[in-house]
Write a protein that binds this ligand. Structure first.
Ligand SMILES: [Zn+2]
Length: 340
């Protein structure tokens, strides 16, 4: 691969507005072992055989086992082919893909794993119909991607994006969602063995969406939280998918229960973190809920509330969705007050 850091940044810059939730490439905390900069995605090694992939959608987790690799989350649709190629180049070929929830920046690349030489794909049963409903969105993103390429993009990546666009019309919902999923009991932390590792998939209830799962790998003391953690970013609140701050907090507390001081958290967005990142996510909701309750008690309008500054979160990213987050929590608190 021949993509310089400058070229990578140029591509990111050209397409960032189209994928509003693409994570910022932030400085790495102390636990990163190595970081590859010659790839399209930035692959950071967190422990031996454990990588996180950054860029073009939610953060991916890539974990090697002696029966092949498991990939967690598949980024935005135009980049599926590139994701599969680079993930396979890190170590063993990917034999299992797990989606933490249905959002298109975590499932868009599924087609590269399902349409040709398919691998096993797992998502929560409630995610499946939602993924199928997003077919038009995925294909529109794939079809539009070549127009956002610039000449600095590595040829290999360009070719993959252009090839995907030329075949987008043929994609079906079955290229994004598996034909069958696991029984619900498999999303209650029951170990799912893969080679020398056991993957524990847990769905607590509606949090960020109604189909979030977090993946705990005890052998590595690692959790991929999906979008239950938007580390140091304003969280995306999707009212069409059952989001509530109370449910989100409940899911975070359940995650904390399996953490200790050395647990590594790959968040859905933001830098690699640890249990403190989960605590901070909970605190975000607690602070905003308290502020919303006060606003409602003092008859502050929703409009004024969402425009409020939150000094405690002044360094947070994703400021473009701050008003949406605040408004959603205001509505939730109002409903709670009215006994809804
Ligand atoms: Zn999401």
């Amino acid at each position: 691969m021949h993509l310089s850091r400058r070229q990578f940044t140029a591509f990111m810059g050209s397409s960032i507005s189209a994928y509003a939730l693409a994570p910022a490439l932030l400085a790495s905390p102390r636990r990163i072992l190595t970081a590859r900069r010659d790839t399209f995605f930035e692959w950071k090694e967190l422990r031996q055989g454990v990588h996180a992939g950054f860029g073009q959608g939610g953060n991916a987790g890539l974990i090697q086992t002696d029966a092949g690799a498991v990939l967690i989350d598949a980024k935005n649709a135009p980049f599926g082919t590139t994701l599969r190629r680079e993930a396979n180049a890190v170590g063993e070929p990917v034999v299992l893909l797990i989606n933490t929830h249905h959002h298109a920046d975590h499932t868009g690349g599924n087609h590269a794993f399902l349409s040709d030489n398919p691998v096993r794909v797992i998502m929560h049963p409630k995610a499946m119909p939602r993924v199928k409903d997003q077919l038009d969105r995925y294909t529109a993103q794939i079809t539009g991607a070549p127009d956002r390429l610039n000449e600095d993009t590595a040829k290999e990546v360009r070719d993959e994006i252009i090839a995907a666009a030329s075949q987008a019309d043929g994609l079906e919902s079955s290229d994004f969602a598996p034909v069958a999923t696991l029984p619900k009991s498999m999303f209650e932390g029951t170990p799912l063995p893969l080679g020398d590792l056991s993957l524990k998939l847990t769905h607590i209830g509606a949090g960020h969406t109604d189909n979030d799962i977090f993946i705990h790998i005890p052998e590595h003391n690692l959790i991929h939280s999906g979008d239950l953690v938007f580390h140091k970013n304003h969280p995306f609140m999707d009212t069409s998918a059952g989001v509530t701050s109370t449910g989100w907090i409940t899911s975070c507390r359940a995650m904390l229960k399996v953490c200790d001081a050395d647990t590594i958290i790959i968040p859905g967005h933001g830098e690699i973190t640890d249990a403190d990142g989960i605590r901070e996510q909970i605190r975000y909701f607690e602070v905003v809920r308290e502020a919303a309750a006060k606003a409602i008690a003092t008859k502050t309008t929703r409009e004024d509330f969402v425009a409020m500054d939150l000094p405690v979160f002044k360094d947070y990213g994703f400021t473009q969705i701050k008003q949406r987050s605040l408004g959603t929590i205001y509505d939730e608190m109002l409903k709670e007050k009215q006994g809804g």
